[in-house]
Ligand binder design. Structure first.
Ligand code: QAP
Ligand code: CO
Length: 178
């Protein structure tokens, strides 16, 4: 188990279209275990592999209060959606910002589990919204894309400031930042 670092908006690496995941082996189990560890550590309810710079269609979710109901979705596809709702969303890649987004309150979806078995399931409310949000990540999409230009640029400005202030990587690699 290893904590991985999360890529923050507006990093362009979050804009890639992730290809289907094809290999159901120990390296997948290792990836999923690192994703849960990182997600719990950062107090998240959902994480997509692309957020830790692994470009493949793998998602980890746990929306339970006790943080003990792990859901791993590989190559998930929504096959039915009903009941539009507006949901106040955040994202581990957009830390500190929350905005209302149009989603669906019910989805039916298919996915593959960690052992490579395909299944169909349904979700409502927070879990349904979380799955919609995470599948967007796999297509290079972020919740900020649904916002007005003004709201999005305010968030972008705030995060660029944050990233410059607290990034050890930038400090080490960029001699111009003191
Ligand atoms: C996506 O988001 C989601 O800003 C998962 O400072 C969010 O886990 C789906 C988080 C809401 C449905 C509804 C965000 C943690 C976690 C932050 C997350 C932060 C710390 C976000
Ligand atoms: Co997110």
């Amino acid at each position: 188990m290893t904590l991985r670092s999360i890529i923050h908006y507006p990093d362009n690496r979050l804009r890639q279209l992730c290809p289907e995941h094809t290999c159901f082996d120990d390296s997948l189990k290792n990836l999923v275990s690192d994703m849960f560890e990182t997600m719990y550590h950062e107090k998240g309810i959902g994480l997509s592999a692309i957020q830790i710079n692994v470009i493949t269609r793998v998602i980890t979710i746990d929306v339970s209060k006790e943080q003990n109901q792990r859901l791993t979705l590989i190559n998930p596809v929504i096959i039915d959606r009903r009941e539009p709702i507006v949901f106040d969303e955040g994202c581990l890649s957009v830390p500190g910002f929350y905005e209302k987004v149009d989603r669906f309150n019910y989805i039916k979806y298919e996915a593959t589990d960690i052992d490579g078995n395909k299944f169909v399931s349904e979700a409502t409310e927070l879990l349904a919204v979380c799955i919609q949000h995470e599948i967007d990540h796999l297509d290079g999409k972020l919740f900020v894309d649904y916002l007005s230009d003004m709201k999005r640029s305010k968030i972008q400005k705030g995060l660029i400031k944050q990233n410059n202030n607290n990034s050890d990587i930038q400090r080490k690699e960029n001699p111009y930042i003191k």
